[in-house]
Ligand binder design. Structure first.
Ligand code: NAD
Ligand code: UDX
Length: 483
C-alpha cells in the first residue's frame, strides 16, 4: 500500500488529500498539522473550513484510508510520498518584507522531513513557493541525511475556494514538475499514477521543476491582472456612462479573450493573488528586471485603488461624511461559498469607513464575530502567520464601539443609512428590499460592490444605488468627484 502524508491541514491540504483518498481507496492518506485545534476539527463533525461538498467527501473516507493527526513525525517517517502544503505568507520583517515569501514554515517542515526519514521519499511542493525553492529544499534534505534519496517534485494547486471540491474532481490540469534525471522522471510517474486514478492523462502536464513553480505564480498573476483590468475599466465606465457588464460581455465574446474573470468588483481578495504577485515582483527585482516587476506591481495598485475608490464613493455620496452613521456591511468573506476572510476587500473597506467614524453593522453567513474583530485589528500581512505561532492581537475598545457583528441581514440593515454589499452571497439577491427600504434611514443608499442587486428594481423602491462600473444615478453624479 502506498502511503501519503500531507504536512499542513489547511484550505489546500485538507480538501486535496480528502479527494485523493476518495479517488484512490488503496492509498493511505494522513494529513498532519502542528495546530491541534485544526486537527481536532478535521476529526469532528464541524470541519475547520467551509467548502461546499467537502463534508461528504471527508465522511466517505475518514477512518478508512483518510486520517488527520498531530503526530507529524511518525506519519512523515512512514510515508512514501510527502506533500508539503504549509502556509507561505508574505514576509513581515527583514529582507524583502512586504513582498518576499516567508519560507520559515516550509523550511522547518523540510528540516523535520530530513530528520525523521528512514527510507527514500518523494517530497511534493504543494504550497505556492518562489521559483527555485525546490533547489533550496533539496539542499536541506540531502545535507541533513546522507544515504536516503529524496526526490523533490513541484505540484502546485490550482483549486479556488468555494469550488475546491469541483475543481479537484475535474481540474483543468494537474501540473507536475521534476528533475530531468531518470530518478526525477520516475518520481513524476509515481505522482502521475496517483492523479491518473481520476484525471485524464492529457490533463496531467509534466514540466521541469522551475516551470512548474513559476507557472503557479504566473497563473495567479494573469487571473488577478484580468480583474484589475476590468476594475480599471469600471472607473472609466462610471466617468463616461458606459456599463462595465456590457463592456465585459462584449470583450469576453472574443474567443481570444474569453468570458471568465471579467466581473468588476470592489477588488479581489483571498490568500493567494496579492501574496503571489508580491512574490513575483520580488523575484523580478532580485533578477534585475525592474520593468517587469513594475508591470505586475500595477495589478496590486489598481486593486488598492478600487477599494479606496469604493470607500470614497460611499463617503462622498452620503454628504461627504459617514461620521456616526450606521452602515450595514453585507458579506465579509473574500468571495461567496467560503468563510475565508484572508485579504478580503471587506477589511480595507471597513477600515476606510471606520476611519471616517462610521458605525458598522456586519453580517456574513459564514464568518464569525471573533474572526471579523480579529481581521479589523490585525496589521497587514499578519493574517497568514498561524495564530498559534504569534501573540493574538486584542481588539481595541474603539473598534468594539464602532463595530457590531450580527447574525441576520435584516438586523444589520435596521436603521442603517447605507448598505455596502461586499460579498456576492446568493441570499443578498433574494432579500425583501421593500422591507429593507422601510427599515432604513432616508435617503437610503446601497453601494453594490459585487453587482448582485437588481439596481433598476431598487431605484423604483426609492433607493439611491451605486453599482460598480455602471452609469451613475443623478444623485451620485452631483456629488464631488471620487479620487
Ligand atoms: P493554511 O494556512 O490554511 O494551512 C497551512 C497549514 O500548515 C496550517 O494549518 C499550519 O498550522 C500548518 N503548518 C505550518 N507549518 C507547519 C509545520 N512545520 N508542520 C505542520 N504543519 C504546519 O494555508 P492554505 O490556504 O492551505 O495554503 C497552503 C499553501 O497552498 C500556501 O502556499 C498557498 O499559497 C497555497 N495555495 C493556497 C490556495 C488557497 O486557495 N487557499 C490555493 C492554491 C495554493
Ligand atoms: C485563486 C485562483 O483562482 C486559484 O486558481 C488559485 O489556486 C488560488 O487563488 P481563490 O482566491 O480561491 O483562487 O478565488 P478566485 O475565484 O480566484 O477569486 C479571487 C478573488 O477575485 C475574489 O475576491 C473574487 O471575488 C475576485 N474576483 C474573481 C473578481 O473580483 N472578479 C472576477 O471576475 C473573479
Amino acid at each position: 500500500m502506498v502511503k501519503i502524508c500531507c504536512i499542513g491541514a489547511g484550505y489546500v491540504g485538507g480538501p486535496t488529500m480528502a479527494v485523493i483518498a476518495l479517488k484512490c481507496p488503496e492509498i493511505e492518506v494522513v494529513v498532519v498539522d502542528i495546530a491541534v485545534p485544526r486537527i481536532n476539527a478535521w476529526n469532528s463533525d464541524q470541519l475547520p473550513i467551509y467548502e461546499p461538498g467537502l463534508d461528504d467527501v471527508v465522511k466517505q473516507c475518514r477512518g478508512k484510508n483518510l486520517f488527520f493527526s498531530t503526530d507529524v513525525e511518525k506519519h512523515v517517517s512512514e510515508a512514501d510520498i510527502v506533500f508539503v502544503s504549509v502556509n507561505t505568507p508574505t514576509k513581515t520583517q527583514g529582507l524583502g518584507a512586504g513582498k518576499a515569501a516567508d519560507l520559515t514554515y516550509w523550511e522547518s517542515a523540510a528540516r523535520m522531513i530530513a530528520d525523521v526519514s528512514k527510507s527514500d521519499k518523494i517530497v511534493v511542493e504543494k504550497s505556492t513557493v518562489p521559483v527555485k525553492t525546490a533547489e533550496a529544499i533539496e539542499r536541506i534534505l540531502t545535507h541533513n541525511r546522507k544515504g536516503i534519496n529524496f526526490n523533490i517534485l513541484s505540484n502546485p494547486e490550482f483549486l479556488a475556494e468555494g469550488t475546491a471540491i469541483a475543481d479537484l474532481f475535474n481540474p483543468d490540469r494537474v501540473l507536475i514538475g521534476g528533475r530531468e534525471t531518470p530518478e526525477g522522471q520516475k518520481a513524476i510517474q509515481a505522482l502521475k499514477a496517483v492523479y491518473a486514478h481520476w484525471v485524464p492523462e492529457d490533463r496531467i502536464l509534466c514540466t521541469n521543476l522551475w516551470s512548474a513553480e513559476l507557472s503557479k505564480l504566473a497563473a495567479n498573476a494573469f487571473l488577478a491582472q484580468r480583474i484589475s483590468s476590468v476594475n480599471a475599466m469600471s472607473a472609466l465606465c462610471e466617468a463616461t456612462g458606459a456599463d462595465v457588464s456590457q463592456v465585459s460581455h462584449s470583450i469576453g465574446t472574443d474567443s481570444r479573450i474569453g468570458p471568465k474573470f471579467l466581473n468588476a468588483s470592489v477588488g479581489f481578495g483571498g490568500s493567494c493573488f496579492q501574496k503571489d504577485i508580491l512574490n513575483l515582483v520580488y523575484i523580478c527585482e532580485c533578477n534585475g528586471l525592474p520593468e517587469v516587476a513594475n508591470y505586475w506591481k500595477q495589478v496590486i495598485k489598481v486593486n488598492d485603488y478600487q477599494k479606496t475608490r469604493f470607500v470614497n464613493r460611499v463617503v462622498s455620496s452620503m454628504f461627504n461624511t459617514v461620521s456616526g452613521k450606521k452602515i450595514a456591511i453585507l458579506g465579509f468573506a473574500f468571495k461567496k461559498d467560503t468563510g475565508d476572510t484572508r485579504e478580503t476587500p471587506a477589511i480595507d473597506v471597513c477600515k476606510g469607513l471606520l476611519g471616517d467614524k462610521a458605525k458598522l453593522s456586519i453580517y456574513d453567513p459564514q464568518v464569525t464575530e471573533e474572526q471579523i474583530m480579529r481581521d479589523l485589528s490585525m496589521k497587514k500581512f499578519d493574517w497568514d502567520h498561524p495564530a498559534h505561532l504569534q501573540p493574538s492581537s486584542p481588539t481595541t475598545s474603539n473598534k468594539q464601539q464602532q463595530v457590531s457583528v450580527v447574525f441576520d441581514a435584516y438586523e444589520a440593515i435596521k436603521d442603517a443609512h447605507g448598505i455596502c454589499v461586499l460579498t456576492e452571497w446568493d441570499e443578498f439577491k433574494a432579500l425583501d428590499y421593500q422591507k429593507v427600504y422601510e427599515n432604513m434611514q432616508k435617503p437610503a443608499f446601497i453601494f453594490d460592490g459585487r453587482n448582485v442587486v437588481d439596481a433598476k428594481k431598487l431605484r423604483e423602491i426609492g433607493f439611491i444605488v451605486y453599482s460598480i462600473g455602471k452609469p451613475l444615478d443623478s444623485w451620485l453624479k452631483d456629488m464631488p468627484a471620487v479620487a
